[in-house]
Ligand binder design. Structure first.
Ligand code: 5GP
Length: 122
């Protein structure tokens, strides 16, 4: 399966510094910043810096260094934001593709927390 990456998507523009963002964490391969329309007191978007549309694209084409960096960043940001699982906890959401209603076609994980989030599996 070939993946097409749109270099004009909003997160690509954030990565190029064309649009300002509120960065909370950055490494060689990963950037995390606050969602512009937060749905909870903690609402951070975590993205790989590479041009990946979705997690399946990332899993196929990213290097092990990128995958390790991204995965570690998710846990690190939870701790930094005080929403780690052995504390109050949080939720990761990654909307993918049409049925997942993904608006921005660059892989991202939402980290939501800071309030009870309720049950959500629909
Ligand atoms: P999706 O629906 O693709 O999973 O989520 C995209 C998210 O990106 C939404 O929660 C939306 O609020 C956020 N977003 C869209 N444009 C911008 C922007 O320019 N800056 C930031 N920080 N977040 C954005």
């Amino acid at each position: 399966m070939g993946y097409t990456y749109d270099p004009e998507n909003i997160f690509a523009r954030i990565l190029r510094g064309e649009i300002p963002n509120s960065t909370v964490y950055e490494t060689e391969h990963t950037l995390a910043f606050r969602d512009i329309n937060p749905q909870a007191p903690v609402h951070v978007l975590v993205i790989p810096k590479g041009p990946y549309v979705s997690y399946d694209h990332f899993a196929q084409e990213a290097s092990e260094a990128e995958i390790v960096d991204f995965t570690r960043a998710l846990g690190k940001i939870c701790e930094m934001e005080g929403v780690e699982a052995h504390g109050p906890g949080c939720r990761f959401i990654s909307n993918a593709g049409h049925d997942g209603v993904q608006e921005v076609p660059h892989l991202h994980v939402h980290i939501l927390g800071g309030r009870p989030l309720g049950r959500m599996l629909s």
